[in-house]
Write a protein that binds this ligand. Structure first.
Ligand SMILES: Cc1ncc(COP(=O)(O)O)c(C=O)c1O
Length: 432
């Protein structure tokens, strides 16, 4: 053994250059990382190894629902790990059963399957759609341009963005894309091979674009008429981020909708991940009662899926969200942030083209006529703007070429939201 295990590297505690060198030498360079080396976090703040404090409006890309180092998560991890971390899905255990029950209660009648990530949750929905259409030779899933459904081979085939697919052909067959929020295009794309339609309630990676209520209701009706599964990818916009458990519930609150048109609205399948574990990896998909036994014993599985540890943490995240009324907080602080950003868009119209999103899933679109921002020219304007925000002490997530996303913890306070707005304003002021 001695010969094949190299000596451990020297301790590089807090040495930025040495930590980055470890990555450059040993980590596959598939991410365009920012030049930041993080050390620890507390609530909505993260500290780098030099001790610089950042207000976290990125939330680990909509994952850290309770912020960083939340004591309830630490407690749940400790308590469950003293009992049982993992047992495989050959056996029953209480945390998985209770988590499934909680998700069903929040969505509607059906059943859940547990996995480890968003891409894997979507894979489960793809298999569900293929099983559903199998006997009639139907297998095709229609998705939308600008969508994002994960990095597996089927995930990139489902994703409606060429840059994600490049260099990985041949594509997994059975996916076609149509424009988002365009019901006629979806209707026209249905073929005899179509089995399902998959959309995000709010396109996240594509630039924070919410579905219209008419689109969601229209897709539901279309799927009923043509006997298709209506699937929603709620990996990013779900878990109370918009102020309701699912973004479609928030979108369908629209007062303009005809009375009763939204009553009983449910898709046939929903994929979830990200905030579900508040930072501990867990994914899931829910399937409506009529189809929830299609994936019969032996047809699908995941070794780590729904482990006692992951489920105990996810149950605790749900418990804190409900006990501390964080859905209401996401709605209220989201509205505060949104109106603050809109005010900034009025003051700096040459820099901010528009602000969109719901609750604590907000996107600030930079003007396409904005001059080149300082930073690496190989990076998008959005990434360079995020870099400027880093310099001023705020973390955000770029999307597309021109959108800066804000996906903070659901327990963000109003004073933290104000601080974030001040930081954004300070950067905007230097650019005008
Ligand atoms: C809407 C959506 N679906 C799927 C995924 C993939 O999730 P994961 O990275 O956990 O596989 C993401 C990730 O950003 C996402 O935003």
């Amino acid at each position: 053994m001695k010969e094949i295990i190299p000596d451990p590297p020297p301790i590089v505690r807090n040495d930025v250059a040495a930590i980055q060198a470890l990555f450059q030498q040993n980590v596959i360079p598939s991410y365009g990382r920012f030049d930041l080396v993080m050390s620890h976090g507390s609530g909505s703040y993260i500290y780098d190894v030099a001790g610089k404090r950042f207000l976290d409006f990125g939330g680990g890309i909509a994952v850290c629902a309770l912020g960083h180092a939340h004591p309830a998560i630490t407690e749940a991890l400790l308590e469950q790990s003293r009992r049982l971390v993992h047992i495989s899905n050959y056996y029953y255990h209480e945390p998985q059963g209770r988590l499934a029950q909680a998700l069903v209660a929040l969505i509607g009648p059906g059943k859940c399957f547990f996995c480890n990530s968003g891409a894997e949750a979507n894979e489960g929905l793809f298999k569900l759609a293929r099983r559903f259409g199998h006997e009639e030779g139907r297998f095709e899933i229609l998705t939308t341009f600008n969508s994002f459904h994960g990095r597996t081979l089927a995930g990139i085939a489902a994703t409606g963005q060429e840059k994600i697919k490049m260099g990985f052909s041949p594509a997994v067959p059975g996916f076609r894309h149509v424009p988002y929020n365009d019901l006629d295009a979806m209707r026209a794309a249905i073929s005899p091979a179509t089995a399902a339609i998959l959309v995000e309630g709010i396109q996240g990676e594509g630039g924070v674009t919410p579905a219209t209520p008419e689109y969601l209701l229209g897709l539901r009706q279309l799927c009923n008429e043509r006997r298709l599964l209506f699937l929603i990818d709620a990996v990013q916009d779900g878990h109370f981020r918009t102020g309701t458990f699912q973004s479609f519930q928030r979108i369908l609150e629209s007062p303009e909708l005809a009375n009763g048109s939204r009553a009983g609205f449910l898709p046939d399948g929903i994929s979830m991940a990200k905030s579900l574990g508040g930072g501990f990896p867990i994914g899931a998909f829910w399937v409506r009662t009529s189809y929830c036994d299609l994936l019969s014993a032996g047809s699908h599985g995941a070794t780590f899926g729904g482990s006692p540890l992951a489920c105990a943490v996810a149950l605790k995240v749900l418990d804190v969200i409900q006990r501390e009324k964080l859905a209401d907080n996401a709605r209220r602080i989201g509205e505060f942030l949104r109106s603050g950003l809109q005010r900034l868009a009025q003051i700096y119209p040459d820099t901010i083209a528009n602000v969109r999103g719901l609750g604590l899933m907000l996107g600030m679109q930079l003007s396409t006529s904005l001059q080149d921002l300082p930073g690496e020219m190989a990076k998008t304007q959005a990434a360079r703007f995020a870099g400027l925000l880093h310099g001023a002490g705020l973390l955000s997530i770029p999307a597309g070429t021109h959108i800066v996303r804000f996906l903070p913890a659901l327990n963000l306070s109003q004073s933290e939201a104000s601080e974030g707005l001040q930081i954004i304003e300070s950067v905007l002021a230097t650019l005008s």
